[in-house]
Design a protein around this ligand. Structure first.
Ligand SMILES: NC(=O)c1ccc[n+]([C@@H]2O[C@H](COP(=O)([O-])OP(=O)(O)OC[C@H]3O[C@@H](n4cnc5c(N)ncnc54)[C@H](O)[C@@H]3O)[C@@H](O)[C@H]2O)c1
Length: 325
């Protein structure tokens, strides 16, 4: 298939592009580079530097490249920033996304894979979280992603759009070429590894008095390659139906402390920590049920062990000590 990947110069998008190409698809990456990195884009992909608000370019790209499906990953995704600047999130994650959907409708492109998030659930009532559990986001980031999912539902009814919305839990890890390099960085694994590499002094542990075995929050980590492969599987259902899937590895998850201890073992380096107060709206445990995608699409994570995930991220950081700079 010929796939347009929006946000394909970002962390997950660059790996999705790589995996699409490895699988024999053609990929066009559209990214404004306002956050992403040109050198993260696989050289086999066509690259278009443009913003989602540029309707004319969107239409041109869709038509000229005879695009069959769009994987939409371009978004803002900092929870704290979304609370301070909700307008930015409604504009980019919702309004700019609508622009893309309208361009697709006008050009007759009817298949769509969407990067949604566990943040659509808010503070879950039970674990592991299934796709039918209540959605009640606690921040504008999750709210805009959920609103966009609702848009997809109504566009399917009115315009025949077929979509797969993938609610990612915590993406982590790297390939040989592509790793996580955000500014600011807010994700635990890259932060911990930056301390190990001497780029940071310490890493904050937000709360060590949660009702978990070691007192720190438990999260579900998914290797970015396993995540990327799920997108390719999701493309396969769009001739017939739309669906929403959780994407995490399930199981018991890993605590913040376990991530730090594992990173110490993998890197052989000391990693200094400081305990900070809990962050508002941080649930103690967030674990996906991934039964639905396993059963319906045969998705099977290959790299679900934490040391393997951290090892891949560490290898990338050691090979790219200045990231994409
Ligand atoms: N990283 C995670 O663990 C995680 C978890 C849940 C959901 N997600 C979602 O996955 C997607 C990718 O996440 P990521 O961590 O790779 O983010 P990222 O910031 O690394 O990549 C996003 C890319 O989108 C581009 N972009 C943003 N707005 C744009 C616009 N208006 N026009 C064109 N390009 C634009 C940025 O330049 C960047 O390259 C996002 O939609 C995010 O909400 C990520």
């Amino acid at each position: 298939m010929r796939i347009l990947v929006t946000g394909g110069a970002g962390y997950i998008g660059s790996v999705v592009t790589e995996e699409l190409l490895n699988d024999g698809h053609e990929a066009v990456v559209l990214d404004s580079l306002y956050k992403g990195h040109r050198s993260a884009v696989d050289p086999r992909a066509r690259f278009v530097q443009a913003d989602l608000t540029d309707s004319e370019t969107l239409r041109e790209v869709l038509k000229q490249n005879h695009i069959d499906a769009v994987i939409h990953m371009a978004a803002d995704s900092l929870v704290g920033e979304s609370v301070d600047q909700p307008a930015k999130y409604y504009r980019n994650n919702l309004a700019a996304g609508l622009n893309l959907l309208d361009a697709m409708r006008d050009c007759g492109v009817g298949k769509f894979v969407f990067s949604s998030t566990a943040a659509t659930y808010g503070e879950p009532e039970k674990q592991p979280i299934t796709e039918t559990d209540p959605t009640d986001p606690t921040n504008p980031y999750g709210e805009t992603k959920l609103a966009f999912e609702r848009v997809l539902h109504w566009y399917e009814g009115a315009y025949g759009l077929r979509y797969a919305s993938l609610r990612y839990f915590n993406a982590a890890g790297a390939t040989e070429r592509c790793g996580e390099w955000h500014d600011p960085e807010t994700h635990l694994i890259p932060l911990v590894l930056q301390v190990a590499a001497g780029r940071r002094i310490d890493v904050a542990v937000y709360g060590n008095d949660y009702p978990t075995a070691d007192g720190t929050c438990i999260r579900d980590y998914i290797h970015v390659v396993d995540l990327a492969r799920a997108h390719i599987l999701a493309l396969g259902i769009l001739d017939e139906r739309s669906a929403i899937y959780n994407l995490g590895c399930g199981g018991e998850g890993y605590s913040v402390q376990a991530v730090i201890d594992t990173a110490r073992e993998v890197t052989g380096r000391d990693i200094a920590t400081t305990v900070a107060p809990r962050r508002a709206g941080d649930p103690s445990v967030l674990i996906a049920s991934s039964e639905k995608i396993r059963n319906e699409l045969g998705w099977q994570p290959e790299f679900q062990d934490l040391p393997v995930i951290i090892q891949s991220a560490w290898r990338w950081l050691m090979a790219h000590p200045r990231g994409y700079e």
